[in-house]
Design a protein around this ligand. Structure first.
Ligand code: ACO
Length: 356
């Protein structure tokens, strides 16, 4: 078989603090019942002050490289997916190469396809490997969403259990304006190592990916880019324009419509039937989205994986975390056909077929 790519290692790292729904109820007007019923989320991890997205990426990458049985200098290409980079520029890829302490300089590509970053990263890694440009690609997805939330430093100390002084009423009112978003997200990094293989049947089969910026305002961060001059202002900060704007219902509808379409596209193109797929790994944005996907595809519980209950939505980190848990937990076995699927801000969506 011609050279193509297969995943030989994976790993992940979460933010340092586990934050159950009950703690968020002390920070704003919400309830454990609402969060569980509407999203399925029970807890999420939040990064310590000073931990950056590239730090979580490095922690995940070190585990993935060790799991692959490689040394960091065996990696000859890095792809880093995030929508919450350490800096406006440069991106996290080069920072990760430096923090990993690689002996030589290698190319590091930053991509930003939000919740589909891992899907786009897989397709790119596969193309780099098939073309002979790279042999061992480190694909990282990491996010620190908590930096988008509107709390001042004392409130973070309370959230982390280091202060007994709860947020002020004013802070609670402000956070409540964004409660539909704050409850959804968690901080984490996930990584896989892909290598060149000629092994028959194993590895990445195909990806069908789509992008359409038509309704980007349904999920975006209004401030912090060149749509304004200057790109950041005190007034924009006061208006809390650093918090993402989200039309939850519209995103929900889009996800439950476009994810099944992407699965159909990749299956049809490769003459694969839904019954052939051992496990579906959907992006984790809302448990109800994945339950609707399951119903649409007519899948029994054991053929679709969900872990949003424990991590919330970790955007680009979500799918490598799910993959690692499924491989380590024995849910994906050698020879199994699996399907990654997702939709994210942009909007970008797609599905990837992979044989373990
Ligand atoms: N706690 C309590 N009440 C809340 C909360 C909360 N955290 N959030 C919203 N509510 C209230 C609303 O104010 C509203 O109250 P009202 O009826 O008095 O006006 C009520 O709950 C219903 O709000 P809706 O927004 O209609 O609730 P919905 O059922 O749509 O659920 C949710 C909201 C969970 C955000 C859902 O729409 C969703 O998950 N959408 C998809 C989000 C998504 O996938 N985002 C992708 C991110 S991916 C990426 O690329 C970054």
């Amino acid at each position: 078989m011609a050279i193509h790519s297969k995943i030989i290692g994976s790993g992940f790292a979460t933010g340092e603090h586990c934050v159950p729904n009950s703690k968020l109820c002390e920070m704003m007007d919400t309830s454990d019942e609402w969060i569980r019923q509407r999203t399925g989320i029970e807890q999420r991890y939040v990064a310590e002050n000073g931990t950056t997205t590239s730090d979580l990426g490095v922690r995940a990458a070190e585990k993935a490289i060790a799991d692959a049985g490689l040394k960091k200098d065996d990696i000859d290409y890095v792809i880093f997916a995030t929508m919450t980079p350490d800096y406006y520029f440069p991106g996290c890829g080069g920072l990760l190469v430096r923090k990993l302490g690689m002996k030589r300089s290698i190319p590091a590509l930053d991509i930003r396809q939000q919740c589909t970053g891992f899907l786009f990263g897989l397709q790119t890694a596969n193309a780099l490997i098939k073309s002979g440009t790279a042999k061992n690609v480190l694909l990282v997805g990491a996010e620190i969403h908590s930096s988008l939330f509107p709390w001042a430093p004392p409130a973070w100390e309370y959230l982390f259990g280091r202060s007994d002084v709860p947020p002020t009423d004013e802070e609670k009112v402000l956070a409540t304006q964004f409660r539909d978003r704050i409850v959804l997200f968690g901080d984490a990094g996930g990584a896989v190592v892909l290598t060149a293989t000629e092994e028959d049947g194993a590895g990445l089969i195909d990806a069908k990916l789509f992008s359409d910026g038509d309704s980007f305002e349904d999920l975006y961060v209004p401030t912090g880019g060149t749509s304004q001059r200057p790109y950041m202002s005190i007034d924009a900060l006061k208006r809390a324009e650093l918090v993402p704007v989200m039309n939850g219902k519209s995103v929900f509808r889009r996800a439950v419509t476009l994810m099944p379409q992407a699965i159909a596209a990749v299956c049809d193109a490769n003459k694969i039937r839904l019954e052939d797929i051992a496990l579906f790994l959907p992006h984790q944005a809302n448990l109800r989205i994945n339950q609707m996907l399951q119903k649409t595809l007519g899948l029994p519980d054991e053929r679709i994986y969900n872990n949003i209950q424990r991590y919330g939505n970790t955007t680009a980190a979500t799918l490598p975390i799910a993959y690692n848990e499924c491989v380590k937990g024995g849910l994906i076995k050698k020879g199994d056909l699996i399907c990654f699927v997702g939709l994210g801000a942009g909007f970008h969506w797609g599905a990837v077929l992979y044989r373990q």
